[in-house]
Design a protein around this ligand. Structure first.
Ligand code: UD1
Ligand code: CA
Length: 505
């Protein structure tokens, strides 16, 4: 393939590609337009920070080294990058501003680490271009290496190129230079092909060209873009790779752009899952982080948000109005109007509506956590049901147990948390309170309103409420002229009731 201006839309045969020597991710800029105490590249879309997306794309080309250039909010960015990618090399930019300087310090640091000058391909990307895919970077490297280029720059043709560097081409179409918006003439402003800021370079050409880059420009910065003209003047082959998908080169400079990129990313993720066999009834109100995993024949109903490490197995139905973060949903389970995190829902189980699953909830196969239940740190065995109105925390419940309406594990004594253990095939009556620590044996029962403070042996019935006493005629004596007294009188004297009702009829 020697298409000088290869378009990524055109199929490039996957030639035996050499792994790039390095990818350098530029992330030293301030991002003031976000108006945020959080560094720009730490703002997230699709469940991952912008720099997280950039690292994912960078790793996708299997570079031997991955460097991230930092400066603004250095420590916070460095800590975040280290969590996401422990092998990334952090490089500090000095007082000299500009993308050219950022790449230069990274190259120096990488050469020093390798104790020799790197050779081969160096890829440069930004920390704030979150929709760029590993596939696009891989294609860029393939064109760069396949065509034997010194510099390959990823470009896009935009309706509104304002602010971007413009791709200046010779009459024969070859790339001559990149001119920054602030340095461009009115004629150059009319050019709609822009520099994405994403490149593949030959390491030696890049290293040499950077020694010729100065700060004599409108912004007083070392422009990486100047490498293009320098490399060409030195006889190197410079090519632009035009990307039809403009979203992939777009950066988020403010929160308006961030949300637009977030919506587009979500649209792509949701569409990807639909093509993989997931039914999404309303894509517009369904939000799926790029880290979520779904199986075939999952159904997502409107207003469902799936975050983090959430995984949903086949035939499960989730929603409507459900938000799950780090929740594993088993095959054919149903989760309706639920807010859950850090939980596991077994195959065939049912959750909701109006259920709050807090971390550590593990619901067994065919189990149920029903309406208006809150759970936390509880393991519920196969086929057990907590159907309505209650709280279960710091507890273990066996198999095929039925927890009655309004049951509560009183797990907190004001200082410490204690555990409740309930066996299998237990039947608890309404409004049972388990005052932990306490254990209920297999097959035991509790009476309505029981306050269980002591262990209940297997097969026993626990009663804790005082025997009921009815005081005969209390209403007639204490509330003589009340409606209650009149009603009581009517219900105890059948003839008068009949007369009254017939007059009303
Ligand atoms: C840059 C390009 C421009 C291109 C545009 C695409 C240059 C001179 N211009 O312009 O041609 O169209 O990107 O978005 O390269 N950064 C550093 N250190 C610095 C300066 C920037 O690491 O000293 C990082 C920033 O964090 C950011 C990236 O480099 O990730 C781009 O910086 P930015 O200031 O946004 O460049 P633009 O002026 O937009
Ligand atoms: Ca920018």
């Amino acid at each position: 393939m020697s298409n000088h201006d290869g378009s990524i839309a055109a199929a490039h045969p996957q030639e035996a590609q050499a792994a790039p020597a390095a990818v350098i991710v530029l992330a030293a800029g301030a991002g003031t337009r976000m108006k945020s105490r959080t560094p720009k590249i730490l703002h997230a879309i699709g469940g991952l920070s912008m720099v997280g997306h950039a690292l994912h794309a960078a790793r996708g080309v299997n570079p031997r080294e991955l460097a991230v250039v930092v400066r603004h909010e250095r420590d916070r960015v460095a800590e975040h990058v280290a969590v996401l990618d422990a092998d990334a090399v952090l490089v500090d930019q000095d007082d000299v501003p500009g993308t050219g300087r950022a790449v230069q310090v990274a190259l120096e640091a990488l050469d020093a680490r390798a104790q020799e000058q790197l050779t081969g391909t160096i890829v440069v990307t930004y920390g704030d271009v979150p929709l760029l895919t590993p596939e696009t970077l891989t294609e860029l490297v393939a064109v760069h290496q396949g065509d034997g280029n010194a510099v390959s720059v990823l470009t896009a043709v935009l309706d509104d190129p304002t602010g971007y560097g413009r791709i200046q081409r010779h009459d024969d179409g070859t790339v001559v230079a990149i001119v920054e918006h602030k340095d461009a003439s009115p004629q150059q402003h009319a050019i709609r092909e822009v520099n994405s800021g994403i490149y593949a370079f030959d390491a030696a050409v890049l290293r040499d060209a950077l020694t010729h880059v100065d700060t004599a420009n409108a912004q007083g910065e070392m422009y990486l873009t100047d490498v293009v003209a320098i490399a060409r003047a030195g006889g190197g082959r410079v090519a632009a790779v035009v990307l039809a998908d403009r979203w992939q080169v777009e950066g988020a400079n403010d929160r308006v752009q961030l949300s637009a990129l977030g919506a587009e990313l979500n649209r792509r993720v949701v569409e990807g899952w639909m093509r993989a066999g997931v039914t999404v009834v309303d894509p517009a109100t369904t939000w799926i982080d790029s880290t979520v995993v779904l199986e075939e024949d999952v159904t997502l109903l409107p207003n469902t948000q799936l975050h983090g490490g959430t995984r949903i197995a086949r035939d499960a139905v989730v929603g409507p109005d459900t938000t799950l973060t780090d929740v594993a949903v088993g095959e054919a389970a149903h989760v309706v109007r639920t807010h859950g995190s850090g939980s596991r829902i077994g195959a065939g189980a049912s959750v909701g509506p109006f259920t709050y699953l807090r971390p550590g909830t593990v619901l067994g196969e065919e189990g149920k956590i029903g309406a208006f239940y809150e759970t936390k740190n509880v393991t519920i065995g196969r086929g057990s049901k907590l159907s309505h109105l209650g709280y279960a925390g710091d507890a273990e419940i066996g198999e095929y147990t039925n927890i009655g309406c309004g049951n509560i594990t009183a797990n907190y004594d004001g200082v410490n948390k204690h555990r409740t253990t309930i066996g299998s095939h237990v039947r608890t009556s309404s409004n049972t309170v388990f005052v932990a620590p306490v254990a209920v044996g297999d097959g035991a029962y509790t009476g309505a309103g029981a306050i269980v403070r002591q262990d209940v042996p297997a097969g026993s019935l626990a009663l804790s409420v005082a025997p009921q006493r009815n005081i005969d005629g209390w209403v007639a004596e204490k509330r003589p002229d009340s409606a209650a007294a009149a009603a009581a009188t009517r219900s105890t004297t059948p003839e008068s009731t009949t007369t009254e009702e017939s007059t009303h009829a």
